[in-house]
Design a protein around this ligand. Structure first.
Ligand code: NAD
Length: 313
């Protein structure tokens, strides 16, 4: 029969696209429970879903930061039966650590890390009992490699990678699969929201050099990277569908072959020096030549590395 898929954070971006892609499956293989914090923000999803709404796609409120909301949502599902849980909800945070309050940092962990833990805690016992299920987590390349001025966001995704890498072992004993999706940059509201936050940023207690490195060196090259290497949320939805339909789903799934050299570099030098020095050179020495750097990176990404990713095509 139909597989029940629950997705978090469906009001925009990647979550919305996954919900629509699975709900419009021609063979109607999926019953999609698209969830979002605030149902007032459902219009974009409704419009994209068209006539599958209330057929293969239903909507429920769910805030991954609230125990109550999560429990209530899962209790509202028939027999609490979920075959595939897609943890997509997440928030970004950009800027010098000196400029970010501890409260803001905790909010990121509350969503990106504890939000996923909360969902898994609620859904896993039923999956264990049935000896079946697939848990998918929207991680990031930044769950595998640190990126300057994304310190806290990166840490929240690393935390999740560590949690899931540990969980995957016992879950396998219960025939439950766990898969991480690791996109590079994706053109969604995520990017826009972060840039808006940055525009409002005041940098209290941050020295002038750091502010300059952030605004005049990091931000322009980050914009170039997004433009040159960004994928669409549809691309990530297609990759996610491939992962859930795989006979033997992989644990880690990079979606962008342009990022495989970065990950390879990390494992090539276990002292970490190669990664730190390469990123230093990218930012402070080649930054102004970012376009050339991108072309070199594209050439380096030979076909043998491309195979290690899950491609949207
Ligand atoms: P987005 O901002 O469009 O989507 C994130 C969604 O999560 C939003 O709909 C938001 O309302 C929701 N959300 C936030 N807090 C929530 C909460 N407490 N409860 C329920 N929902 C909540 O951005 P996106 O790019 O589609 O992000 C989706 C996921 O992809 C995130 O986990 C993000 O970290 C990850 N990701 C994004 C990129 C990128 O460049 N955009 C790259 C790699 C990974």
């Amino acid at each position: 029969g139909q597989k029940v898929v629950l997705i978090t954070g469906c009001s925009s971006g990647i979550g919305l696209r996954i919900a629509v892609l699975l709900a419009t499956d021609e063979q109607k293989r999926y019953h999609v429970i698209a969830t979002m914090r605030d149902l007032k923000r459902k219009d974009k999803l409704m419009e994209a879903a068209g006539d599958v709404y209330e057929k293969t796609l239903v909507l429920l409120p769910l805030d991954v930061c609230s125990d109550e909301s999560v429990k209530q949502c899962i209790n509202n599902i028939k027999d609490r039966h979920i075959d595939i849980l897609i943890n997509n909800a997440g928030v970004g945070l950009l800027g010098p650590v000196e400029s970010i309050s501890m409260e803001e940092m905790k909010r990121v962990f509350e969503t990106n890390f504890f939000g996923v833990v909360r969902m898994i805690k609620e859904v896993m016992p039923d999956m264990k009992r049935r000896r079946s299920g697939h848990i998918v987590v929207m991680s990031s390349v930044m769950g595998l490699q640190g990126v300057v001025f994304n310190d806290v966001y990166t840490a929240s995704k690393f935390a999740m990678e560590g949690f899931c890498e540990s969980m995957a072992v016992q879950l396998l004993k219960f025939n439950i699969r766990l898969s991480m999706i690791e996109p590079g940059p994706v053109h969604t509201e995520f990017e826009t929201k972060m840039m808006e936050d940055v525009a409002k940023m005041e940098f209290p207690g941050t020295d002038a050099d750091t502010v300059r490195y952030f605004k005049e060196v990091y931000l322009p090259s980050s914009k170039d990277i997004f433009e040159a290497m960004g994928q669409t949320p549809e691309d990530i939805a297609k990759c996610t569908q491939k992962v859930i339909e795989a006979r033997n789903p992989r644990f880690r799934n990079l979606t962008n072959s342009l990022y495989t050299p970065i990950v390879a570099m990390k494992y090539a030098d276990e002292t970490g020096g190669l990664s730190v020095n390469t990123f230093y050179n990218l930012l402070f020495n080649f930054g102004p030549l970012m376009h050339i750097t991108m072309s070199i990176l594209k050439c380096l990404t030979c076909s043998c590395l491309r195979r290690r990713t899950v491609s949207p095509n």
